[in-house]
Design a binder for this molecule. Structure first.
Ligand code: ADP
Ligand code: MG
Length: 694
């Protein structure tokens, strides 16, 4: 697979001399991008094109090639592949459409293809794609003509859609941004985004990856790749409607919908998820600059208004604006007429017409150890200052090179001037301070925040075999399990439940309460009641036997069986820890402010399981409820470490036991010292293989 992009020879199959033949565009592209390898053409009618002979069959080509690009009707693809196999061609790109995307009935055709690939150990990209490009070697095989506007550079692109892929290349071209490798992966029949990503992460010319996807082939592998690389991966994942999943009756499942799982997976693994292509390009531009290693920003602007806007933008993205140190002031004053500049940050240069000085200032700010990055805003209308402004823009890449620090250039000028500047420099140009700030912030967040890989070791006091053997006793069962059984499973993972007993009559209720000690809580054990307190099936703070019997009589209208629990009396915040099986990512864990306001507040953080306590702590920190745990309005600081520990334990449980569909601990009462789970629910998939973790 890694050799796919370094192919030195290519056979293009499906070329004819007819002017409407699409295969011709592939050949055009190879010529236009000046492919530095050997090209052979194949088409069943023979003839010639652009001076190349068209062979009637792959078998007639005088030598084997590193790559074949196939654009023939879908039904002919298997026989063409068979010939490629016989010829010893190891890698193929199938651009033809008419496979799985048309429906289930094309499955047989796809199976036939997979069988041939297996037999000849061939690798395939596609089908239903526009192919690949190596901008450095000129290997460019899309079947639509794509002007080589975008120069060779550091970004590499994976696009599931050919059309979007082509539009990405157009946008790169329009902004003169360079790229290294491009692949449109279409139906992902035999290689998916992770296979291509592996090549990119190994490619010395690739510093940044942009990925457009409509489906996630292997979420965990993608995450692991992102966790292990130092290269930023920017993901635009569309097709965001809620995919169908068992909308469970309990809280966490109804909240952790698929798209939020994708967002969570990105956050956890350091993938930068973007909304749309505009945002993607903004962020790619940020990564084209040197790393943003901190938060301290300088702003220099020729226009006061833009400086004010920029200050707001800096605030929105969490940058600080330190004062300019005396050294900078001294250095600059040497070159300026004294008293013209008021040295504040943002710096308004409105009164200074000497553009050389702008450059000097930029360089001084970036050289100064008190600054991590600079937003440089220049405004010109082009009447008398066009030449000097263009020269200024041309000088800025040099400033960045010499200082090794990021300078985001934001240019306000008529469209015509903007285009000239874009042609003049291979350097990102922003046209809005908010975009520039977003770009610098993405780089800062990527380089300064810690990504924790999936933990390898479980915490102590976790006994997977014990939990599994308990669960085996209900193998094949689907839906909610008995709370007593769920309790045993949770205890096998060291999750602490409040002291509790089952009781089925007055005597048992009294006995249980005596054992536990008053005050107690009494709840129905009826499986039919989902939200017990909504229907009066939870009685709290029962202080003595007569209150207890009274409460029990009332609860008997639901079911004779009840749960007697110790009443947690110390001050506690109600928290939720839940999780479920996601069809794409496997076990997913959710946590946030709990109790009965869960759905109203939706204050949640989601991750892919398992997570260690560090990642669990990050999850807690993401919620607004964290403030309540920190000690709020005279309340003590609560035991966040114990909460993080419990989150990690539950995540391992979900990860280890593949027949658990969902678990919902709500609330977990977080106290100063203890945490107590007072309400828990567990449901099974019914089939231990239905939602395996990969
Ligand atoms: P449900 O969620 O089905 O309504 P819960 O068992 O979660 O029922 O109880 C509802 C609320 O009662 C909890 O959110 C909590 O505030 C309180 N509660 C339940 N059990 C206890 C307990 N043992 N100690 C203290 N408070 C409790
Ligand atoms: Mg509850």
């Amino acid at each position: 697979m890694k050799k796919l992009f370094s192919a030195q020879s290519v056979t293009v199959i499906g070329v004819s001399s007819s002017p409407t033949n699409l295969g011709r565009a592939i050949v055009f592209n190879l010529v236009k991008y000046q492919f530095n390898g050997v090209i052979y053409l194949v088409g069943n009618k023979g003839g010639s094109f652009l001076g190349f002979k068209i062979y009637k069959s792959v078998l007639d080509v005088p030598e084997t090639t590193d790559l074949a690009v196939i654009l023939v009707p879908a039904r002919v693809v298997p026989s063409v592949l068979e010939n490629c196999g016989k010829k010893g061609i190891p890698r193929v790109v199938v651009e033809s459409a008419g496979f799985g995307e048309l429906g289930e009935d094309r499955k047989a055709l796809e199976d036939e293809i997979l069988e041939i690939l297996e037999r000849y150990s061939m690798k395939l990209i596609g089908p239903n794609c526009i192919g690949i490009i190596n901008r450095h070697s000129g290997l460019a095989v899309p079947f639509m003509p794509i002007e080589p506007e975008a120069p060779p550079g550091k970004v590499s692109i994976i696009s599931q859609s050919g059309g979007v892929g082509a539009s990405i290349l157009n946008s790169l071209g329009a902004e003169r941004m360079g790229y290294s490798l491009f692949a449109s992966i279409g139906n992902k029949l035999h290689s998916n985004e992770c296979d291509v990503l592996e090549c990119y992460l190994d490619d010395p010319n690739t510093d940044i990856v942009f990925c457009y996807l409509e489906g996630i082939a292997d979420g965990r592998r993608l995450m692991k790749q992102a966790m292990a690389t130092s290269k930023p991966i920017i993901l635009q994942k569309s097709n965001r409607t809620e995919v169908s999943h068992n909308i469970a009756r309990s809280h966490s499942a109804s909240l952790a919908v698929n798209d939020s799982v994708v967002t969570a997976a990105c956050k956890q693994s350091g993938i930068i998820r973007v909304e749309d292509q505009t945002e993607a390009f903004t962020i790619i531009k940020g990564f084209a600059l040197p790393k943003v290693k901190g938060n301290r920003l300088g702003i220099i602007s020729r226009s006061g208004g833009h400086a004010v806007i920029a200050a707001d933008a800096a605030g929105k993205y969490g940058f600080s604006l330190p004062e300019f140190p005396q050294e900078i002031i001294d250095e600059v004053e040497k070159h300026s007429r004294a008293g013209v500049i008021r040295f504040q940050n943002p710096l308004d240069l409105g009164d200074v017409f000497h553009l050389e000085l702008y450059k000097l200032l930029a360089e001084e700010v970036l050289r100064n150890p008190s600054f991590d990055c600079l937003l440089f805003i220049h405004h010109y209308q082009g009447l008398f200052d066009a030449e000097s402004s263009r020269d200024l823009v041309k000088a800025l890449p040099g400033v960045v090179e010499r200082t090794g620090k990021p300078l985001a250039l934001c240019l306000f000028t008529p469209e015509k001037e903007l285009a000239i500047n874009r042609r003049n420099v291979n350097f990102p140009i922003f046209t809005d301070p908010y975009d520039a700030m977003k770009a610098l912030a993405a780089s800062r967040d990527f380089y300064t925040s810690q990504v924790y890989p999936f933990p390898e070791k479980r915490l102590d006091n976790i006994f997977p075999d014990k939990a599994k053997s308990i669960l085996e006793s209900c193998s094949g069962k689907k839906g909610y399990v008995d709370p007593a059984l769920a309790a045993k499973v949770l205890e096998a993972y060291g999750i602490s439940l409040v002291p509790w007993r089952y009781a089925r009559n007055e005597n048992e209720v009294l006995l249980a309460a005596e054992e536990i000690g008053f005050p107690v809580a009494l709840k129905t054990a009826s499986e039919k009641v989902v939200h017990k307190s909504d229907v009066g099936a939870v009685r709290l703070n029962i202080k003595n036997a007569s209150e207890l019997i009274e409460a029990y009589k009332n609860l008997c209208s639901f079911d004779k069986s009840v749960v007697v629990q110790k009443m947690v009396e110390e001050f506690a915040v109600e928290w939720i820890i839940g999780g479920r099986k996601d069809p794409d990512f496997g076990a997913v864990i959710v946590t946030g402010l709990g109790g009965i306001y869960v759905e109203a507040l939706k204050d949640f953080s989601i991750r892919i399981a398992p997570v260690g306590p560090e990642e669990a702590f990050k999850m807690i920190s993401e919620t607004k409820g964290k403030k309540l745990l920190d000690g709020f309005r005279g309340h003590p600081r609560l035991n966040i470490d114990a909460l993080a520990d419990a989150i990690s334990r539950l995540s391992w449980l979900l990860h280890d036991c593949s027949n658990i569909m969902e678990i919902d601990l709500n609330p977990v009462l977080i106290g100063k010292d203890e945490i107590n789970v007072v309400d828990w629910r567990m449901s099974l998939c019914g089939n231990s293989h239905s939602a395996q973790n990969r």
